[in-house]
Design a protein. Structure first.
Length: 143
């Protein structure tokens, strides 16, 4: 799957927190990226696939899409508008951003990507923003 086949999960392309791989499978880290998005913003499928999960995880709404060949994406802190089995293409609305993963003062959608059950940096799959913005740690309200 190439980056050109993937789209950002929300229109804004501001990364509030980047991928931080853990030292080992159960170690601390940040297994995805947080992309700034206002609560209520449409959350979009990043690539074509089939919805394999849409519901709550630890009190937050999550949508997981199987893209084939061992690749899955998850959008965290969304109110799902799809059900398991829904076929999507890149850019299909799958829900709306909700409060949860990020603080209410700096809402976001968390995009995680797994390849053969190992988390990888989602930025490797997304087309680069015209002007990407990475905010310094702890500076989530700015940008």
């Amino acid at each position: 799957m190439t980056a050109s086949a993937w789209t950002w999960p929300v229109p804004e392309r501001v990364v509030l927190r980047p991928f931080e791989p853990p030292a080992h499978d159960y170690g601390a880290g940040h297994r995805g990226i947080d992309v700034r998005a206002s609560v209520g913003t449409l959350a979009l499928a990043p690539a074509a696939g089939t919805v394999v999960f849409a519901g709550p995880v630890a009190g937050r709404g999550v949508v997981t899409i199987d893209h084939g060949r061992g690749v899955r994406s998850s959008l965290d802190s969304v109110t799902p508008d799809v059900v398991v089995g829904t076929t999507v293409v890149a850019g299909t609305p799958v829900g709306r951003v909700a409060v949860g993963h990020c603080p209410a003062a700096a809402p976001c959608v968390h995009l995680g990507v797994r390849v053969d059950e190992r988390y990888v940096d989602p930025l490797a799959y997304l087309a680069p923003a015209a002007w990407p913005v990475l905010l310094p740690p702890g500076d989530h309200a700015r940008g």
